[in-house]
Ligand binder design. Structure first.
Ligand code: PLP
Length: 372
């Protein structure tokens, strides 16, 4: 199997699995208990928190672990919305955000939040003039992701944060697909990340919160995580997240350069007839979303059982609906159904990627012949 679905999830790094192992066997103590074992587990969690925070590289805030990035995004949006006033109750977000943001915003709109969803251009990037027109003293928060999970394009997060601040609003950044892959710009007040996208375990994410920003808790109970997020933390998951973040930081340049080489090799091997969805310059190169006239993407995926790739986000696949991101960049249903996403990274070799691309190109040609 050639794994090309790095946006859905990433393979666990061997170093991460090794770091987690003692915490899923012998070291089972509750990290919130005062026993020596409990304190050892709590200390391991704090080391992990330090490693994740260091890898994020953001100044002046604290990091709270959550069960996923979805939870972190729900917490940020609902926790800030709870503090809305009649004069400041607008959330602005983008049409290409992840469902964890869009669906939460729609839910908040049902609770009385004034929601504005900005369009993006054909390149997938928001026009800052559109944002400027919508931003005013009624804006509570602007939510924008750094790297898009479906098409890999980058939003100008630093500029968006500056503009939000100038209007007295907060800025939330979904950095799930960026963290551990590219630098996170300074500026956002709230940043959501997830371990399983950086070769860490599933079931743990985090919300970074700028000092002075106080989203109301989403989950109530025992007051763990500095009273911000209740629930017993898993030392194994926290340690795994920390190890993955440390590794990503140590390997940052190597991984980034490797991904650039993979991108070039994939495009060269696929050959003519493919169009890249989204900006080719403002992007993370580990995400290659391409379309081909007349292609049936779902059939291609079914035909190539030994290559794992997708048509877009894992959450939306199987729903039969075409991608809201591809729609937002102007693709009709047909063009969206002719698109596939190849996601690669640290453990993808050039040989396996070019092998997969040759098979994809051959299967696409075979479809064309059959349909002619
Ligand atoms: N945001 C983006 C951009 C994602 O790609 C994902 C995962 O697919 C999420 C949020 C949700 O992350 P999690 O799986 O940790 O809930």
């Amino acid at each position: 199997m050639i794994y090309l679905d790095y946006q859905a999830t990433t393979p666990i790094a061997p170093e991460v699995a090794a770091a987690m192992r003692p915490w899923v066997s012998d070291h089972f103590a509750n990290p919130h208990s005062p026993s020596r074992w409990g304190r050892e587990a709590a200390a391991a969690i704090e080391v992990a928190r330090g490693d994740v925070t260091k890898a994020l590289g953001l100044q002046g805030g604290r990091l709270a672990f959550t069960g996923s990035a979805t939870e972190a995004l729900n917490w940020a949006l609902k926790g800030v919305a709870e503090q809305a006033t009649p004069g400041r109750n607008r959330i602005i977000t983008l049409a290409t955000e992840h469902a964890a943001v869009l669906d939460t915003c729609e839910w908040l709109a049902g609770q009385g939040i004034d929601l504005t969803i900005l369009p993006v251009g054909k390149d997938g990037i928001v026009d800052l003039d559109d944002l400027s027109r919508e931003l005013d003293e009624r804006t509570l928060l602007v939510a924008a992701m750094l790297v898009n999970n479906e098409i890999g394009v980058l939003q100008p997060v630093s500029e968006i944060a500056q503009m939000a601040h100038a209007a007295g609003a907060l800025m939330l950044c979904d950095a799930v697909q960026a963290f551990g892959r590219i630098d996170i710009p300074q500026g956002p007040d709230l940043v959501a990340i997830s371990a399983h996208k950086i070769h860490g375990p599933k079931g743990i994410g985090a919300l970074w919160i700028r000092t002075g920003v106080d989203p109301a808790p989403l989950i109530h109970g025992g007051g763990q995580e500095q009273g911000l997020r209740s629930g017993t933390l898993s030392p194994a998951l926290c340690v795994g997240f920390g190890a993955a973040a440390k590794l990503a930081r140590e390997r940052a340049t190597r991984d980034y350069d490797h991904v650039g080489g993979l991108w070039r090799a994939a495009i060269q091997t696929l050959g003519k007839g493919w169009t890249i969805n989204g900006s080719t310059s403002h992007r993370y190169c580990g995400n290659l979303n391409i379309r081909r006239a007349g292609l049936d993407g779902a059939r291609l995926i079914a035909d190539l059982r030994d290559v794992a790739f997708s048509m877009g986000s894992a959450c939306a696949s199987g729903s039969g609906r075409s991608s809201h991101v591809l729609k937002a960049i102007g693709l009709d249903h047909r063009a969206a159904r002719s698109s596939i996403r190849l996601g690669f990274g640290r453990y993808t070799t050039v040989n396996e990627l070019t092998d997969a691309c040759r098979r994809i190109a051959a299967a696409a040609h075979a479809q064309e012949k059959l349909d002619a």
